[in-house]
Every structure is written in C-alpha cells, then in structure tokens.
Design a binder for this molecule. Sequence first.
Ligand code: HPA
Ligand code: ZN
Length: 326
Amino acid sequence: ITPSEFIKGLPKAELHLHIEGTLEPELLFELAERNKIQLKYESVEALKEVYNFSNLQEFLDLYYEGANVLLTEADFYDLTWAYLLKCKEQHVDHTEIFFDPQTHTDRGVLFATVINGINRALQDGQEQLGISYRLIMCFLRHLSEASAFESLKEALDYKDLISGIGLDSSEKGNPPAKFERVFAQARAEGFDLVAHAGEEGPAAYVSDALNLLQVKRVDHGIASINDPALVAELAKTKVPLTVCPLSNLALKAVDRLEDHPLKKLMDQGVLVTINSDDPAYFGGYMNENYQASAEALGLNNMELCQLARNSFEASWLPEEEKSKHI
Ligand code: HPA
Ligand code: ZN
C-alpha cells in the first residue's frame, strides 16, 4: 500500500476550510457566465497563472475578487456541494467550514442567500454522502468592530445553523484585541469561538486569542513555536491548532515545507490537525496536505493516524460520535 493509498484510507475531519476558498477556477468561470459577470481574465488558465502569492494579502485580494461571482442561493449551494463531493472522494467524514458573510453582504447579497445556499448543501451532504458538519461564521478582521457586531446580529436569526464564530482576513495590524467585545457578546450568545492567529502575526496574537477572545481552538497558530511557554500551555490545555501546511507554503509563512513547525509542535504534545484552508487557491485538498506534510517532515503511518485521530478529537462532534470515527 502506497503512502497516498494509506492517507486516502484514513477517516479524517477537516476543521479549517473557508468555503469561498474552495471556488475552483472552472466553477468561477461557470458562475461568472451564469450571472453575466465580465471577468478580468480570458481563461481558466490565465486565472490560474495569477495564483502565485508572496503573502496573505496578495492571496486575499484575489480571493475576495473571486467571491464576486457568488450571487444567488444556487451559487452558494453549488460551491458547497462541489466541496462536499471532494470530501467524499478523500474520506473526509466530518467538516467544520467557515463562511465570510461580510464579503457578500457588503456587495448587496443577503445574509439569508449565503447561509441558506450553504446550509442546504450541507444538509444534502449529510443525507446523501454521510458527511457530518458544523458551520462557523467568521468576522473579517480588516473591517471594523461595528461591522462585526452587525454580522453577529444577523447571525442571531440563524443560531440553529451556526455553531461557532471565527476571525479571519488580514492578520497584521488587526490584533485579537480589536474584537474582544464582539467575541464576548458571541460567547454570551452561546457560540463556540475560534480565531486565526499566528499565521503571519506573532505568537502574542495566539496568546491574545486564548486570553482575550477565549477561543477553544486556534486556526494556524504556527507562530506559537517561537514562544516555548505558549507551546507548553497549548500542550497542557489541549487547545487544538488547525494547521494548513500547503497554505503556509503558498503564502510564504514558511519558506519550505521542510521548515514547517507541525511536527515539532506535535512532538511537544500540542493537539495539531492538518487542514486545507483554501484548497482551490493553494494547490491541494486534505489528502494533498497530508501527503506533502508526510513527505517533507518524514511523518510515518503512526503519526499520520495520530493526526487523523486528532482531527476528530479537536472537532465539535459529541464525544460518543468522535469515538465512532477514531
Ligand atoms: N488567513 C486569513 N484569512 C483567510 C485565510 C487565511 O488563511 N483564508 C481565507 N481567509
Ligand atoms: Zn484560514
């Protein structure tokens, strides 16, 4: 059995996935045509050529531009369904996906359009493909606190569909402290909390996400490696990190995958998971992330199993459901 067959055979949970980041160039063109939107790019190939980033912001600029083709409930349904078919193919049995409502409501697309399209696909995925899910709404951290409060208010009408609240977009210059009050309100409303921290930003942003925002999981968190006391705390508290190796490579958070801190964190007892982040932009879904990490860091099958087990352990499935997968 080859490493790729082994990885494919592992039941996995994905915990760090932006649904807007699963928009493949082919579907982007199809939706542009369907919605009569003129694109700057002549072809799928021409678009793929610009998917070459030197940092997070360069990626985000294209990611938000790409999202402009998403207008109708059917668009959000088709986007989500295409991702779920990929999950089925890759033995991803459970997925906890992010969506960014502000990217759409700021363009005049209704919150209801976005969430109903995504949710309908997730329900169909559960029924037809057997994939369980959670939905996490993210605030865009480059926007204001007031805008985040507005999104939170809209989310209250859909509390039964939304499990958690997260924080994404441009990290540098937008520290966790900016969202301390809106996260406190989200917590009071009963949402589970996560935040991107320590992707491009410093280890201190990870500590702030833990202490100020009181997140129960940290997205990326790789800068933690620079603070031994923080690594020890993560290992002790078992607050999971949702690591995205191919994303970190594509956005130059690491120069080479061989330099990625994933294994060092794991060896120091941190509950690390592997995830794909924005697979349409970074060159791989879950299995490609597992495979590239295994090759670059020399992970053996026991360690790959541990990572897959971690993914269910770190998920928000009820305990009795977790043990069925692990
Ligand atoms: N980081 C921050 N914001 C994002 C990302 C990411 O990796 N992907 C989509 N939005
Ligand atoms: Zn992310």
